[in-house]
Write a protein that binds this ligand. Structure first.
Ligand code: NDP
Length: 335
């Protein structure tokens, strides 16, 4: 079986590709340049991996050539989407690439992927949770919940822009399914903040992908920095990779949205784990107010993803392990 993975160089996608190869799948990854493709090929060190260049997922027909070249592809995992907040124009830099990238992928599959039977789209918890409800602890989100962010809100600031980009892109995928009635079946994964080690130690850089940088920044900002304001749900990247595979392997996942969320965290919880687990960080990172994390996360909405957990059939890695494994890799890389 050959699996196509868009955005193969990404933090999550590298784990997905590595897991697929480990399970005996052949993988075709899309990357933005030959140098990025060669770099990834070197890391993976496998003849079962090849790449196609898709410089920009937003361009009309972006995936057509890549799929034409690989009629053997029977599973398509669409992970490529911008995840950053460095923009003054969320419509141009976040919304349009996410939405058009998704439409281009699905159109290419429809036109050129005659053997594609299963498609998985990497959406986000951002497409599930409306921000005003996220801070209401009487509210419960489930796999049926949709972020009610409007286009107007999404064009106004980068955070709403990113959340809108994931919401509208996922909606476009389900609409495509309804209108085009394609031959393939769809499943969607909706991860909350993804933590955990990079797929390869050598991928640890000064600055990491947006979610990993939440933890990395603590190590860089010194003991007098503010306690990280981030709070929300988390999931380990290794579980996210495994879930992408379940999403196309299992019949039960067809037409489902899988909320990948192992629990809640506040910045203080991360500090507490680091201060307890890494004596060498004493005096180098903030202490904050140890133990108050739960009083912060208790103000957040509940997440009921029991349906997802049943479909996945495995236990999700907890906060301590995901944080410790992330930081251990970063500290080791500096030795
Ligand atoms: P990364 O930034 O590491 O990966 C994003 C990937 O998409 C990169 O390979 C990037 O290529 C590619 N990409 C972005 N924009 C374009 C474009 N216009 N054309 C072609 N390729 C593009 O982030 P993650 O691995 O964290 O994210 C992967 C997916 O998971 C995204 O869809 C994201 O929204 C989703 N997600 C992530 C979460 C997290 O906490 N990490 C949580 C929930 C969902 P390049 O680097 O070369 O620019």
């Amino acid at each position: 079986t050959t699996v196509f993975v868009s955005g193969a160089t990404g933090f999550i996608a590298q784990h997905v590709v590595k897991s697929l190869l480990g399970k005996g799948y052949k993988v075709v990854g899309s990357v933005r340049s030959a140098s990025k493709g060669d770099h990834l090929k070197g890391l993976l060190n496998s003849n079962d991996f090849s790449y196609e260049i898709v410089e920009d997922v937003e361009k009309v027909g972006a995936f057509d050539k890549a799929l034409e070249a690989h009629p053997e592809v029977s599973v398509f995992l669409h992970t490529a989407s911008p995840f950053h907040f460095k923009t003054s124009n969320p419509e141009k830099d976040l919304l349009n690439p996410a939405i058009n990238g998704t439409k281009n992928a699905l159109n290419a599959i429809q036109a050129h992927g005659k053997n594609v039977k299963r498609v998985v789209i990497t959406s986000s918890y951002a497409a599930i949770a409306t921000s005003t409800k996220e801070i209401d602890n009487t509210h419960t989100f489930t796999e049926k919940s949709w972020n009610e962010v409007t286009w107007e809100q999404a064009t106004k600031d980068p955070v709403a822009g990113y959340r809108g980009s994931k919401t509208f892109a996922e909606k476009a995928a389900w609409e495509f399914l309804e209108l085009q009635k394609p031959d393939f079946e769809l499943a969607v994964v909706n991860p909350s903040f993804v933590f955990g080690p990079q797929a390869f130690d050598s991928e640890v850089k000064d600055s990491l992908n947006t979610s990993s940088e939440i933890i990395n920044a603590i190590l860089k900002n010194g003991p007098d920095a503010d306690v990280p304001a981030s709070k929300g749900g988390f999931v380990d990247v290794r579980d996210v990779a495994a879930a992408h595979i379940v999403a196309f392997e299992k019949k039960e996942a067809v037409n489902q949205r899988l909320i990948l969320n192992a629990g809640r965290f506040a910045g203080q919880d991360i500090l507490d784990i680091l201060n307890e687990s890494f004596p060498e960080l004493k005096g180098k990172i903030p202490v904050g107010k140890p133990g108050i994390g739960p009083s912060i996360t208790s103000t957040l909405a509940k997440v009921d993803n029991s349906k997802t957990i049943e479909i996945l059939g495995f236990d999700l890695i907890g906060l301590k392990k995901t944080v410790v494994d992330s930081v251990k890799q970063i500290l080791d890389s500096k030795k």
